[in-house]
Design a protein around this ligand. Structure first.
Ligand code: CP3
Length: 353
């Protein structure tokens, strides 16, 4: 009995609609935030980034705070996503890489042999003090709005490290996986340790949820996902279980992997737009879902945007919890006002009961 009373007290103490939905509790309204909300669709972002390379801006406390705040101020979203990049912890341990505009992360010496594994040393708190300082500053500035910390999942980071840059087919990455499973597991184990530490440091500095991005996992067959990838993603998610923050796990084109990504230890499974949300909910079972409006719908007339959004909110009623989001990141050409209108619509929409 006592247990029930205190559980209820804890539950009602959580007021953030985003955190409530992540935990399967009824929120005051459907929460919404956007992947890549802190970025190129905003003129104020382009202005502050003028002349500052992407990676440099990720290590500048003042810029991280300001860019993270911009979409929260402008759109009134229910969560902030920390402005950084999945390759930032790799840069922080000294890997020679850059983020090339219009291309993405490019690694100078791709990792393809056992000798090179030693370059992937553990991430130490001192490597990222400017970043953890930004998290601490943000938590003060955000007040009631939760901050989502994030990391790249082992497979997606391995793809950049092995290919040396973005890849359509992940050929070299998969070749390594099949040719030398021992090296593969050692590589993913190293990356998992780095990602785990990056997440832990963000939560210890005040982030109240985390998202593990396995953006390119959709390139894998289910058997390869289970054999070569899931154990390492599961290790990352498990490594932060003791911190008791909701763990979101997302990938693109992962319709056939959704149940497996949930079983890797996610509290919330991110869904892209290729799967109808009601089907996704059936696949993830007793976990919350996040998604899943096609980002290009934001280029449609407002009535079309609202019709599609309403459909998603209605479907989300059947979930253990639903966080409204896009099915992938905001496209740079998106009209920021379309995002603000969508936030207002999601907050005001009364679902069919
Ligand atoms: O979501 C947010 O607003 C927070 C910031 C964030 C960025 N990258 C900033 C960024 C987050 C969460 C990421 C994650 C990320 N980075 C992922 C996983 C999410 C996803 O989109 O699938 C991946 C795969 C990367 C790697 C990466 N970094 C790519 C593919 C690119 C785009 C390259 C391009 O120019 O088209 C980047 C660069 C990047 N990361 C930008 C931003 C705002 C653009 C940099 C710029 O403004 O020049």
């Amino acid at each position: 009995m006592t247990h029930d009373v205190s559980a209820t007290a804890v539950e009602s103490a959580i007021t953030s609609p985003f955190l409530r939905a992540c935990r399967g509790l009824e929120p005051a309204h459907t929460p919404v935030w956007f992947m890549r909300q802190a970025g190129r669709s905003l003129p104020e972002y382009l202005a502050i980034r003028e002349g500052v390379p992407m990676l440099e801006s990720c290590f500048r406390t003042d810029m991280v705070v300001e860019i993270t705040m911009q979409p929260v101020r402008r759109h009134g979203v229910d969560a902030a996503i920390f402005f950084s990049d999945i390759v930032v912890p790799l840069k922080a341990i000294g890997i020679d890489l850059d983020i090339v505009p219009g291309t993405g992360p490019v690694v100078a010496d791709p990792i393809r042999s056992a000798d090179q594994l030693s370059t992937l040393r553990d991430l130490e708190p001192d490597d990222v003090t400017s970043i953890t300082d930004a998290v601490k500053g943000l938590v003060q500035e955000l007040g009631e709005t939760p901050l989502i910390g994030f990391a790249g999942a082992p497979f997606t980071l391995a793809s950049y490290l092995v290919e040396g840059g973005p890849s359509r087919d992940h050929r070299r990455t998969k070749e390594l996986m099949y040719r030398d499973p021992e090296l593969w597991h050692a590589l993913l184990g190293r990356i998992a340790a780095i990602a785990s530490q990056f997440l832990r440091l963000q939560v210890e500095a005040g982030a109240s949820a985390i998202q593990l991005f396995d953006s390119w996992a959709g390139a894998l067959s289910p058997v390869d996902y289970d054999t070569y990838v899931r154990p390492h993603s599961a290790a990352v998610l498990e490594s932060v279980a003791d911190l008791d923050v909701p763990r979101i796990h997302f990938g693109v084109g992962t319709g056939e992997l959704l149940s497996r990504m949930g079983e890797a230890g996610a509290d919330v499974v991110g869904v892209d737009w290729r799967v109808p949300l009601d089907e996704a909910i059936g696949r993830v079972g007793n976990r919350a879902v996040q998604g899943n409006l096609d980002p290009t719908v934001l280029f449609a007339p407002t009535d079309v945007v609202h019709e599609r959004a309403a459909r998603i909110i209605d479907a989300g009623r059947a979930a253990h919890g639903h966080v409204f989001n896009l099915g992938h990141g905001v496209l740079p050409a998106t009209d920021p006002d379309a995002l603000t209108r969508l936030v207002d619509f999601v907050h005001g929409y009364q679902p069919e009961s």
